[in-house]
Design a protein. Structure first.
Length: 246
């Protein structure tokens, strides 16, 4: 199906819901994102989620505004991350899963994020990450472009979801970290945690049959914990990234 068709996003939502092994991954990601956000008791402002169409983060994050680039079921707003319709310092955070590497013009996005998030608030995300293992997987087994050697931060012009460079988060926060810090002094890269070497691949994601039942989640989580304790920069396929507005 066409990745840029909202019906595909609706189908992906159903797939995540109906595959227990994959749903457990999203539960873990959403809980991790919720834990990185400032507590609502300290900051009552809302959190905006970009790319909400296929997910259910609102079950984990209180006072969440759901959004996507095109209209889908159960969204609060339709918006472009490069043109956020919020007042200055009006958000306690911005959250997303597998979204940043689809955003063309990421400099405009981070300029908007720095404007809208109040001091002390955060941008938190789960994104693909470049390691020895993941680069081979993404370049050989995945449909999206994955180019750690890209010369700049742009992505090929295409539709809102079909255009991508899966290596863009690694380029921004690892390879070009000093450049990012110079361009966005109000945004501090607080933590980068390499995660999940195997489980997403074994789940089949939203396009393939799952290779594991839901009850195998704990077993594979333990195997991943061992791999990451030995070689996180060689084995991880994703990273949890937290950026704080200073």
């Amino acid at each position: 199906m066409d990745l840029d068709d909202p019906r595909t996003t609706s189908l992906q939502r159903s797939i995540i819901r109906d595959k227990p092994f994959l749903r457990a991954i999203y539960d873990e990601w959403y809980a991790s994102i919720a834990a990185a956000l400032p507590p609502i008791g300290q900051m009552p402002e809302p959190v905006i989620e970009l790319g909400s169409g296929a997910g259910y983060m609102q079950r984990f994050v209180p006072n969440l505004i759901t959004s996507d680039i095109f209209n889908c079921d159960n969204l609060d707003i339709v918006t472009d991350g490069c043109r956020l319709p919020f007042a200055d310092a009006s958000l306690r955070g911005l959250a997303m899963v597998d979204v940043l590497h689809h955003i063309p013009g990421v400099e405009r996005f981070f300029t908007q994020a720095a404007r809208c998030i109040r001091p002390g608030g955060v941008i938190t995300m789960i994104e693909p990450w470049a390691t020895t293992w993941s680069t081979w997987v993404y370049q050989n087994l995945h449909h999206e472009p994955f180019r750690p050697d890209a010369k700049d931060w742009s992505i090929p012009a295409s539709g809102p979801l079909s255009g991508a460079n899966g290596a863009l988060p690694w380029i921004l926060f690892e390879r070009d970290r000093d450049q990012f810090k110079a361009k966005f002094p109000a945004l501090r890269i607080e933590s980068i945690q390499p995660i999940m070497p195997l489980r997403y691949l074994l789940s089949g994601g939203v396009s393939m049959r799952s290779l594991q039942p839901g009850v195998a989640t704990s077993l594979w989580r333990g195997i991943e914990r061992l791999l990451l304790s030995v070689a996180p920069r060689k084995t991880a396929m994703f990273a949890k990234i937290v950026i704080r507005r200073v």
